[in-house]
Design a protein around this ligand. Structure first.
Ligand SMILES: Nc1nc2c(ncn2[C@@H]2O[C@H](COP(=O)(O)OP(=O)(O)O)[C@@H](O)[C@H]2O)c(=O)[nH]1
Ligand SMILES: [Mg+2]
Length: 199
């Protein structure tokens, strides 16, 4: 599947105030700085669509983008907010959880993971919560350009090994780079097959 057109749709801090729509939503989440906004821009081939930053914790709203008038991409704030106050952290958490648990149009959540470290406890805890809540998700390893081919293979199998301890069958694991656009086609084709009802 290709994306021809991507437009900013809305930005909100209150998940219950999202404008009603009939379009399916695909949301992106992961620790701050994991590359959520960059991945969205890479998928849409629009470098400035979602704001990216080298300072973690910049996206503090739920930002939605209309894709080809047909489906919606949601850029969620990161979890694991090292540099924000406790109050802000709990506000962000209830915003994220509120969206995930109550959005009637959420079709699939992409949970992004950094390939340069083992899967962190915070990621695992988050994934396990999704399981508890029955939220459909797949995992995405970002920034794969930062690893050599061998290191990447090794990391992919160690991620799968850890995920395999908790899930049977394994959740899907995509490998992407917003720098090289690697993994773009696989991810978009997967979304396309869901939109066509083939999955
Ligand atoms: N080399 C490389 N850097 C990336 C990639 N994706 C994101 N980054 C960088 O990582 C930082 C955080 O990216 P951003 O998309 O803002 O992360 P977010 O906080 O998860 O939305 C930025 O400095 C990006 O340029 C990638 O695939 N490869
Ligand atoms: Mg962001």
């Amino acid at each position: 599947m290709e994306i021809k057109d991507a437009l900013f749709l809305s930005s909100t801090v209150d998940p219950d105030e999202l404008p009603a729509n009939d379009l399916e939503e695909f949301a992106f989440i992961g620790r701050s700085n994991v590359g959520k906004s960059s991945l969205i821009n890479m998928l849409c081939r629009k470098p400035r669509l979602a704001h990216t930053s080298s300072t973690p914790g910049k996206t503090q709203c739920i930002n939605r983008f209309l894709i080809d008038n047909r489906w919606i991409i949601v850029d969620l704030p990161g979890y694991g907010f090292a540099k924000v106050s406790k109050t802000k952290r709990s506000q962000l958490q209830s915003m994220i959880y509120g969206y995930i648990k109550r959005s009637p149009r959420l079709t699939l959540l992409f949970v992004l993971l950094d390939p340069r470290h083992p899967i962190q406890q915070i990621d695992l805890d988050f994934l396990l919560k999704l399981g508890e809540w029955g939220i459909p998700f797949v995992t995405v390893m970002t920034k794969t350009d930062k690893l050599s081919k061998t290191a990447l293979e090794k990391q992919l199998s160690s991620f799968k090994q850890l995920l395999g301890k908790y899930w049977e069958p394994l959740p899907l694991l995509f490998a992407t780079s917003s720098k090289t656009t690697s993994g773009r086609k696989e991810l978009l084709d997967y979304i396309g097959s869901i939109l066509q009802g083939n999955l």
